[in-house]
Structures are given as structure tokens and as C-alpha cells.
Design a protein around this ligand. Structure first.
Ligand SMILES: [Zn+2]
Ligand SMILES: [Zn+2]
Ligand SMILES: [Zn+2]
Length: 343
């Protein structure tokens, strides 16, 4: 993520609704990948000064702190009441249960960051209103483990034809840590879930039935392999014992489509983190342009520092991954695809 500054000169951060130094209103134009200081105007509009021009926006209806604290802006010409991220959500967990607001907020906060990355990478997508058949939407669901009044025993986080289902309990740190331990995972975050699931969406959108399918098969394997059988095998026998040679994570060895989603999510972590490090002048990498070997060398250098910093404050490694040469090739494929398919 790049850095943003208020008109008073203070740094403002992606989730802020006001500048903490001067108290001015601030907000994010996700489509334009910008964050602005805002002046209230008539008719519910707010104005941002951009060079010699003024742009007008409205606030997302979820902006208040009692609601989601959503700071994304709606462009003046857009007649919606919700921002481009909030309007992607189709089902929310039962709001008569108080802790579900906290869960919904946590999920939306991670989703906003992911949506901003999608615009930043100029990835083509449609929402469910634009494309009712396989446009993108999110269902945040509970199951009986967190709400005994429901009929669903288990809600699995996953993607199907544009619908991304997320178990709302993934917003609870305690639940996430428990599942991470049970599944013997080294990394489990809400942002990681969103990046993984959107990877499935972009597979459907950018690879399925296109000229990219052939090269996908060469690198990741045959996506037509029986998914249910692979899933059963994975949970019965565990991951491929040599998974580190070919995959970014143990789970990625389950099926070519999971390998894809894990690799995509990983590329998005790199993409965002390298941009942040470059914005803070720790290094100088343009992940789209720089030769990919150099990108990876810089990335490894950076992650060594990230892990060392975390250990110094008594935290587990921020980046518990080792990249093999096969994983390098898969990550490069993700970059090639994104650069070729952007709008
Ligand atoms: Zn300020
Ligand atoms: Zn919003
Ligand atoms: Zn998946």
C-alpha cells in the first residue's frame, strides 16, 4: 500500500476517517486508488482538492463508528448508497447478536483492503448487480458452532461461481488460532482468506476457458482432477510429504485449484508488502516492471528483516514461508496473468 497525507501534512492511514492531527475528514477513493482530505458541501457531498480541480463524493452509508466505520467514498455520479466494497456483501451475520457487528466490521475491514488492491492492480471484475449469474458477492455466514439457533452444522469458507462464502467466526482471533492449530497451518488471517478466495474468482474469470488454461495446467496440474476425492484424500492422509518442493503451503498440495488460490494470495501479499516497503523507502521495487528474479531477491531480503523485527518484539515470524524454484515460476505466472489481463 502506498502512503497517504492529509492537506495539513500529517500522514493518514488507510482505515482513518479523520486526520488525527488536524481533525479534518478523510476518505478513500478505491477506484482511483487515492485517499483525500475532505470538505463538507451541500446535499450530502464532500469535496476533495486534486491539483487545481475539485472532485465530489458522498460517504458510504456504513461510515459512522456505530456502523462499520467504512471510509470508502462514493463518486458523485454513482447513485449507490454503499461504497464499491460494501455493496459486494450480500449476506451479513444476524445483527441482533451484538458480537456479530464486531465480526462484520472485521471482515469488511479486510475486504476493503483487498478491494483496494484489486483496483490498484486494475483487475477486471463485476458485482452481482452487473452480472447476476457469476458476478462477485460475499456471504458472511454463521453455523451452529457459533449460533445454536441455526440449522447449518458447518459453514465452509469457499468460492462458487462468483459467490464467496466466509464463515463469520473467522473474524474471531480465538477461532482462527484454534483452527490454525488443528489444521497445522503456519499462517491464517482474515485478509489471507479474502485473497485466497478472490484467487478462485479470478481463476474463473481470467483462466477458465481462455488461452491461459494450457499454461496453467503445465505449472499447476489438471484442474479437472476430481476435487471431492482430492479433499477426502487430503484430510485422510495429510498433505503431500514433499509439498515444499512444489507448493507454497501444505494446503496448496491438495488440488491444482487450491494450489492456484494459495499462490495467488501469496502474490497479493508480496504485491502489497513490496509497495509498502517501497513507499517507506526501504527498497525500490516495481513489482509489475522489475525483472522477476530481482523482485524475488528483494522480497526474500525484506522478509528476513520482517521476521527479525518480529522476533525482537517477541512475536512469531511475520513470514513463515520458504519459496522453492517451482513456486517462483508459479508466482511469475500470476504476475504475467495480471499484467496481461488488466483493464
Ligand atoms: Zn490533517
Ligand atoms: Zn462502505
Ligand atoms: Zn480454496
Amino acid at each position: 500500500m502506498k502512503r497517504f497525507f492529509c492537506s495539513c501534512g500529517a500522514e493518514i492511514f488507510f482505515d482513518n476517517t479523520i486526520c488525527v492531527r488536524c481533525g479534518r475528514l478523510v476518505g478513500v477513493d478505491a477506484e482511483g486508488c487515492e485517499m483525500f482530505t475532505l470538505k463538507p458541501k451541500k446535499n450530502g457531498l464532500v469535496a476533495a482538492t486534486v491539483g487545481y480541480n475539485t472532485r465530489y463524493y458522498r460517504f458510504c452509508e456504513h461510515r459512522s463508528q456505530e456502523s462499520l466505520g467504512c471510509n470508502l467514498l462514493i463518486r458523485e455520479e454513482d447513485s449507490g448508497t454503499q461504497c464499491v466494497s460494501c455493496r459486494l456483501t450480500r449476506v451479513i451475520p444476524d445483527q441482533s447478536i451484538p458480537r456479530n457487528l464486531v465480526r462484520w466490521r472485521t471482515l469488511e475491514s479486510a475486504k476493503r483492503r483487498m478491494v483496494f488492491n484489486m483496483y490498484k492492480n486494475r483487475l477486471p471484475f463485476e458485482n452481482r448487480y452487473q452480472n447476476p449469474v457469476n458476478g462477485l458477492c460475499f456471504d458472511f455466514l454463521e453455523d451452529r458452532r457459533s449460533n445454536p439457533n441455526l440449522t447449518n452444522d458447518v459453514v465452509y469458507t469457499g468460492h462458487s461461481n462468483g459467490v464467496i462464502t466466509v464463515n463469520a467466526a473467522e473474524a474471531d482471533p480465538q477461532y482462527r488460532v484454534t483452527v490454525r492449530e488443528e489444521m497445522n497451518e503456519r499462517y491464517r488471517t482474515t485478509l489471507g482468506h479474502f485473497r485466497h478466495e478472490i484467487g478462485h474468482y479470478f481463476w474463473m474469470r481470467l483462466i477458465q476457458g481462455t488461452k491461459w488454461e494450457w499454461s496453467f495446467k503445465q505449472l499447476f496440474g489438471d484442474h479437472n482432477e476430481d476435487y471431492d476425492a482430492a479433499l477426502k484424500r487430503y484430510y485422510a492422509e495429510g498433505p503431500d510429504p514433499n509439498w515444499q518442493e512444489n507448493h507454497i503451503s501444505a494446503y496448496a498440495s491438495m488440488h491444482p485449484l487450491e494450489d492456484w488460490a494459495e499462490t495467488w494470495a501469496h502474490y497479493m501479499h508480496m504485491n502489497d508488502t513490496l509497495e509498502t516497503a517501497t513507499a517507506f523507502k526501504m527498497l525500490d521495487v516495481d513489482i509489475d516492471q522489475t525483472e522477476f528474479n530481482i523482485v524475488l531477491n528483494k522480497w526474500v531480503e525484506l522478509t528476513v528483516i520482517m521476521n527479525a523485527l518480529n522476533r525482537s518484539v517477541g512475536k512469531p515470524d511475520a513470514y513463515p514461508f520458504i519459496l522453492s524454484s517451482t513456486v517462483y515460476k508459479k508466482l511469475e505466472y500470476v504476475r504475467e496473468l495480471i499484467v496481461a489481463c488488466r483493464y
